[in-house]
Design a protein around this ligand. Structure first.
Ligand SMILES: [Zn+2]
Length: 131
C-alpha cells in the first residue's frame, strides 16, 4: 500500500466527529420518542382502565384482562426496537461510523478514536491529521 492508498482509507476527523454527534442526537431523539410513547400509552389507557379490564374480563377472564392491561407500554417497546434497528442500519451504512480497514463499528468510541486516530479493533490508523 502506497501513501496515496493509505490516505484514501483514512477518515476525516471532522466528518467522523460530525457523524458521531448526529448518531448520538438520533439516539437521544428515539429515547425521547420512546418515553413519550410510554406516557401516551398510559394517558390513553389509564382513564379507561376499569372499562377495558371489565370488558376483557367478560370475554377472556380476569387473568387475561389483567395481563392485557399490563401490556399497556408494549407499543413503546415496539418504537424502541424499531429505533434500535434503524439506528443500527444507519450506522452500518455510514462510512464515517465504520473502520475503513476492518469495517467494524467505531460509533461509540469517539473520544478513543479521536485521541489515538486508530481503530480500537484492528489498531490501524484511520483518521487524518487535523488541518
Ligand atoms: Zn479497524
Amino acid at each position: 500500500m502506497n501513501l496515496s492508498e493509505s490516505q484514501s482509507t483514512r477518515l476525516d476527523v471532522h466528518a467522523y466527529v460530525r457523524e458521531c454527534d448526529l448518531y448520538l442526537r438520533r439516539v437521544m431523539a428515539f429515547a425521547g420518542v420512546t418515553i413519550l410513547t410510554v406516557i401516551l400509552c398510559f394517558a390513553v389507557v389509564l382513564p379507561f382502565r376499569d372499562q377495558i379490564r371489565d370488558s376483557l374480563a367478560d370475554r377472556f377472564g380476569m387473568p387475561a384482562a389483567e395481563l392485557a392491561i399490563g401490556l399497556t407500554p408494549t407499543p413503546a417497546l415496539l418504537v424502541m426496537f424499531i429505533g434500535i434497528l434503524w439506528l443500527q442500519r444507519t450506522a452500518n451504512r455510514t462510512p464515517e461510523l465504520n473502520c475503513p480497514m476492518c469495517e467494524k463499528s467505531i460509533v461509540g468510541m469517539k473520544h478513543l478514536v479521536v485521541a489515538a486516530k486508530c481503530c480500537p479493533h484492528c489498531g490501524v490508523r484511520i483518521l487524518n491529521d487535523v488541518e
